[in-house]
Ligand binder design. Sequence first.
Ligand code: GDG
Length: 522
Amino acid sequence: ASADNGPSCPGSLIVVSNRQPYRHEYEDEPDPAQMSDPADRDGDPPAGTDGGTQTGTQRSITVDEPTGGLTAGLDPVVQATDGTWIAWGDGDADFAVTDDRNCVAVPPDEEAYTLRRLDLSEEAVDSYYYGFSNRVLWPLCHGFPDLIEDRTDDFEWYRTVNEQFADAVSEHADDDSVIWLQDYHFALAPRMIRESVPDSATVAHFWHIPWPTPETFQHCPAGGHILEGLLGNDLLGFHIDRYVDQFLQCVNRFLPSATVDFAHRTVRYDGRTTRVVATPMGVDAESYDRDARSTDPDRLSALFEEYGIPENTKIGLGLDRLDYSKGIPERLAALERFFERNPDWRGEFTFIQKATPSRTEIETYERYGEQVRNEVQRINRRFETADWQPIVYTEDVLPHEDICALYRHADVMVVSPLIDGMNLVAQEYVAASVDGDSALLLSDRTGAHERLGSHALTIDPTDTDGVAAQLEHALSLSAYERQWRMNTLRQRVFDGDIESWMETQFDWIRRIHDGSRTTESQ
Ligand code: GDG
């Protein structure tokens, strides 16, 4: 099945993700649980309220369109295969429900596929999502073992929720199914699924965050279970080679009965083979390019007025979830150093930091947010003048058009994570830099650096002097060098966009899927 000649999946597709691709909101029944964590995984900020409004029942229902790159990219593929998408989300039994399992037909007007929503209890969400997923696996995989909070029962809830998802998958799967799980919320489910679906079905998984070294992974509570769970997959994907290698090293070290073939990147365990691949994820480059080109100058002026940015200053931009992996305080320190060293740029350069609060239920995140806000305030007090602030800080969730306008207008973008699985923002910025007249400072600790490093301006995010110097360099590059660098970056981002990423995934899945069917018929 193919979506408008786009990527095609070799079987009927069942996607499993934590977030749902469409969210139904009921006017008289707001859903705080789903709204509390705006720009979480896969970059899904709360969608605008401009989705379709349905009045299938007495109540008015707003349907949010898919927003993040992955959801927006996968949606047409699932539509084309008449597939199923299984995600966390409550739902209302009386709206467009196709059966008693909390399934709805989406998109609202076309009803092309089934969205199955798993309604998780508050306790389950607290333990599976805010607990084991985000207090253990997230810090572990990002190399912050000191931040792991191993709370009683979190792992048991993680297992229970993984079981719920696995049970849901097996209810929808047949012998031609391709089951594609997304991310670290589902490390145990692959094995459970593998044991309950037909042998000829294919189980694949993409892990969107880094995979740590064995030295870090040894701090993982229930680490053996996590590895065993993931080896239930036929295919396991990471963004870059380093994460693949580190995963294989962890299996080799912590699961002695597994046989790791480092050269072919396969693991033989419990009678089955898992192939591990590096497939770096891209963005919908065309849509960022198109929307940046149609930027409304009045809208941008209004935004600048709202933020008190004087006309004609050069603009720097940072855009991240408020997450300790993103290196925001380090970036602020480099900005302070930059203004210290370059008094001429005071009043001439404004840095816009757009930070989206995330996982605020977790104290570490709450504290991180406070630290960032305090630092911004301190630096602003130090350098501000009557009509200029060095850093304009906002936690507003901006519509896609505004993001594209800012990307296009910014002279320099600073992407400085301490570690990041990929980082889509860097690629979006490049895709939206349609004038080719800007520069990207990119941390060498991001997956994105593997594909863009040589033409971005590389930074070590912890080197305050180095980042300040690169910023100075970026602002003084010749027009020729800016154009040349940006045009090369644009080529890479367009060549490796979200569609080509999905094609690569499905090519791998096809090989495995066809292989298992051939073996079965022999
Ligand atoms: C994880 C991994 C990996 C942010 N604020 C707004 C907004 N955003 C969008 C950006 C971008 C997304 O959020 C953030 O994506 P990132 O990739 O930068 O970061 P994570 O959220 O940490 O994503 C990461 C990714 O998964 C995919 O595998 O690259 O390494 O950590 O798309 O544009 N969008 C809008 N308004 C906002 O205010 N519209």
